[in-house]
Design a protein around this ligand. Structure first.
Ligand code: DP6
Length: 356
């Protein structure tokens, strides 16, 4: 390589966690700005379990922006990637012109190389795009010295990504404005609010989902009367109840609302035309197992939720985790069902790493 082409790139690495919605986002009122038809609420997972790690590099000799996902180069011209890059660079230009004497000016015309890796199956309904875009936006913001409210930028990559910008319990307020300026995520409570709450991931399948979330929700918006009813008449009240349940650390209420919302989300998928099926037989067996477990005790000790895929996320309290894991092992012994396993450390506190 000729000497003038060598450069020491400015490098930055960040990690971002997956978030699991307990009140689901499904449906956009504006496809370009990614504005949702209802508010949603999620719990952020500990990054030891599921996370994305992204490194961004900038160098004056890079000829073009490029991106690698899990080791494979993908198209940088994807409109959502472009939206995030454009918006971060716009904010950076604004900041640099506001601070005339900024000594650490990064040349904004420099191209970036981005490398992003998930430690869990990508696009298998485990919120990979949420962690991915949250991480990308955060890393680029750090690189360009952009501060402030970044959930609006992450939202433009993937709606649910705005919730991965925070830890603990996070709500994405749908907002009313047509420019989307009030459609932001905010932390309701930090992870320390409910230390007894535990999350288990039951990986049923690591295959890619048959219908991606963006395409799926677009068809649902066009064809499902149930989705319209859900957004207008169910979610507003359910959001309030969920905020109260979490505020009071009322596990039974939290668990009931979580399961009902997951069920209604999948019902809207079934009401979509043509219908979309994300759950498989193993998912349904898990749901039955949870209900039988709860009715055995006569109160709710575990809850399931499923995103756009067959993998289950289970919520329990600390005191019940051991028993629940035994129950899973009994129902799904590894020798009879090779596909189902507990992913990594099965239980973790709900925390967000210092890095993000
Ligand atoms: C079922 O955020 O992946 O996980 O905004 O089109 O990128 P886009 O969709 P995405 O949808 C997530 C849907 C969900 C529910 C949720 O996380 O709230």
């Amino acid at each position: 390589m000729p000497e003038e082409k060598l450069c020491v790139p400015t490098l930055l690495t960040c990690t971002a966690p997956v978030n699991i919605a307990v009140i689901k986002y499904w449906g956009k009122r504006n496809e370009d700005l990614i504005l949702p038809i209802n508010s949603s609420l999620s719990v952020t997972l500990h990054q030891n379990q599921l996370k994305t790690t992204t490194t961004v590099a900038s160098c004056k000799h890079f000829k073009e922006d490029r991106i690698w996902l899990n080791g494979k180069e993908v198209d940088i011209n994807h409109p959502r990637l472009q939206s995030c890059l454009r918006e971060i660079r716009r904010l950076a230009r604004k900041r640099h012109s506001d601070e005339e004497n900024n000594s650490e000016k990064l040349n904004l015309s420099q191209k970036v190389h981005i490398c992003s890796v998930n430690n869990f199956p990508t696009a298998a309904g485990l919120a990979s795009s949420a962690a991915g875009y949250a991480c990308l936006v955060y890393a680029l913001a750090k690189l360009y010295g952009v501060q402030g409210e970044l959930s609006k930028v992450a939202r433009q990559g993937s709606g649910s990504a705005c919730r991965s910008m925070y830890g603990g319990f996070v709500q994405w307020i749908m907002g009313n404005r047509s420019d989307g300026k009030d459609s932001i995520a905010e932390e309701l409570h930090p992870e320390t609010h409910w230390p007894q709450l535990r999350i288990l991931i039951l990986v049923v399948s690591s295959e890619r989902k048959p219908v991606g979330s963006s395409a799926g929700m677009q068809t649902s918006v066009k064809t499902s009367p149930l989705l319209k009813y859900r957004a207008e008449s169910v979610v507003p009240q359910r959001m309030k109840e969920m905020v109260d349940a979490i505020g009071q650390r009322n596990f039974e209420k939290f668990a009931e609302l979580t399961m009902k919302d997951s069920n209604q989300f999948h019902a809207t998928c079934g009401d979509t035309y043509p219908p979309i099926f994300y759950l498989n037989d193993v998912s349904k067996r898990i749901m039955n197992m949870v209900h039988r477990y709860n009715s055995h005790y006569g109160n709710i000790k575990a809850a399931y939720t499923f995103d756009a895929g067959p993998n289950a996320v289970i919520f329990t309290l600390d005191e019940d985790v051991g028993e629940f894991i035994e129950l899973v092992k009994e129902h799904f012994p590894p020798e009879t069902n090779g596909e189902l396993f507990l992913k990594g450390l099965p239980v973790s506190k709900v925390t967000l790493s210092e890095e993000l």
